[in-house]
Design a protein around this ligand. Structure first.
Ligand SMILES: NC(=O)c1ccc[n+]([C@@H]2O[C@H](COP(=O)([O-])OP(=O)(O)OC[C@H]3O[C@@H](n4cnc5c(N)ncnc54)[C@H](O)[C@@H]3O)[C@@H](O)[C@H]2O)c1
Length: 373
């Protein structure tokens, strides 16, 4: 048994797989299983997630939705492209939560998207009810899984998911920062006329209009983006003005797409961002990516989920990576965290975060937002 384990050890680097108490036969059976990904929500983002997961052979996919037959139709449609795209994964659509049993990773997109004129915060009550049910079912049917939340308002929904499942905070996280950083990088690449592949851009904070694109750290192949803008315009004031407009567009990028689509929000890019995170977890890549993660004193914040760079691997959020912020950046970060705190207060007031929360996430006396230093 131990020899078998040594040979197959990498296979068990997949979250949700436990060796303890398994016979050799069972160990071998699990070894040849693909990871199982449960997509909770089979709407716009859920559909692209299923297709990208299949194309990249990330794992077997179960798509759950409450709309009858919708997930079966979508997964059947995607599966029928296997003859063209040559992927070997199983896709199942279901209206029965029991089918998510054994999932290594649940990706949650269940919930309403924005319509023009709505803020992400306007979705709070409706989506909190949905996340509560979703979390209860994940806890019951996939208790060893990790959970990546995408539903908005993101930071509040991740907090609620952790509360409802009671999973350790490192196993519950949210996708927003990868998308926001990708938007920032894309706009910089367009402005500078360079490949987006060479751009490093990072956005911190809550997933709202107060998010913090870190201008000082944005670079092209190691060269500060501001320096390149100054060279392009030959004028530091103009360069700052251009950067400010890129930052503003990044902050409002979700709203820009909503106003064009009229009947929903972005879905291709959020799905691509989530797939990057899912790959980091399922392949134990230890990628340094921004994620909505639980802070326990890092960045001077304790007891809240906020977007920061983390190391993502088989154990989910394995480490928080701290970035030195100057006074201005720190001020913007604190401003952004304050809007997350307001959302959490609203959820408490509305009864979504009950006493039980205080036993899991907010048990410590220092649970109130602390801005250290
Ligand atoms: N984090 C991000 O970066 C980001 C970006 C864009 C959108 N979003 C959010 O992601 C969410 C999904 O967006 P979308 O465009 O896929 O929306 P969508 O309306 O296309 O899909 C949502 C799906 O959830 C399903 N659903 C509703 N209640 C459910 C329940 N109780 N259990 C299971 N499924 C349920 C619906 O039937 C629908 O199919 C929205 O809340 C949106 O605001 C997040």
């Amino acid at each position: 048994m131990s020899n078998v384990y040594i040979i197959l050890e990498p296979v068990f680097n997949v979250p949700g797989r436990r060796l303890a108490g398994k016979s050799q036969k069972e160990v071998l059976a699990v070894a040849f299983q693909r990871p199982k990904i449960a997509l909770i929500g089979g709407g716009q983002i859920g559909g692209v997630l299923a297709q990208l997961s299949a194309l990249r052979e990330l794992g077997d996919i179960v798509m759950f939705d409450i709309v009858e037959n919708l997930p079966r139709g979508k997964t059947l449609d995607i599966a029928e492209a296997a003859g063209v795209d040559h992927f070997d994964v199983r896709l199942i659509g279901t209206n029965d939560y029991r089918d998510i049993a054994g999932a290594d990773l649940c990706i949650v997109t269940a919930g309403l998207p924005r319509k023009p004129g709505m803020s992400r915060e306007d979705l709070l009550v409706t989506n909190a009810k949905i996340i509560k049910t979703t979390g209860e079912n994940i806890k019951q049917y996939a208790p060893d899984s990790q959970v990546m939340v995408i539903s908005n308002p993101l930071d509040a929904m991740v907090t609620l998911m952790q509360h409802v499942t009671g999973f350790p905070p490192n196993r519950v996280y949210g996708q927003a920062g990868v998308l926001d950083s990708s938007r920032f990088a894309t706009f910089l690449a367009w402005e500078l006329g360079v490949s987006v592949k060479d751009i490093n851009a990072l956005v911190l904070g809550g997933h709202g209009d107060r998010m913090v694109p870190l201008v000082r750290y944005a670079n092209v192949g190691g060269i500060p983006a501001m320096e390149l803008l100054e060279r392009k315009y030959g004028n530091p004031f103009k360069a700052r003005e251009i950067m400010a407009s890129i930052v503003d567009r990044t902050r409002k990028a979700g709203t820009e797409v909503v106003s064009l689509l009229k009947n929903g929000s972005a879905f291709y890019s959020p799905a691509a961002a989530a797939i990057q995170m899912a790959t980091a977890v399922l392949h134990d890549e230890k990628r340094v990516l921004p994620a909505c993660a639980y802070l326990d004193g890092e960045y001077g914040v304790r007891g809240y989920y906020v977007g920061v760079p983390v190391v993502l691997g088989k154990d989910g959020v394995e480490r928080i990576v701290e970035v030195t912020l100057n006074e201005e950046e720190r001020g913007m970060f604190q401003h952004s965290v304050a809007s997350v705190v307001k959302l959490i207060d609203d959820m408490r007031r509305l009864g979504f975060l009950t006493a039980a929360v205080d036993e899991t996430l907010f048990s410590r006396p220092e649970h109130e937002l602390k801005l250290i230093g």
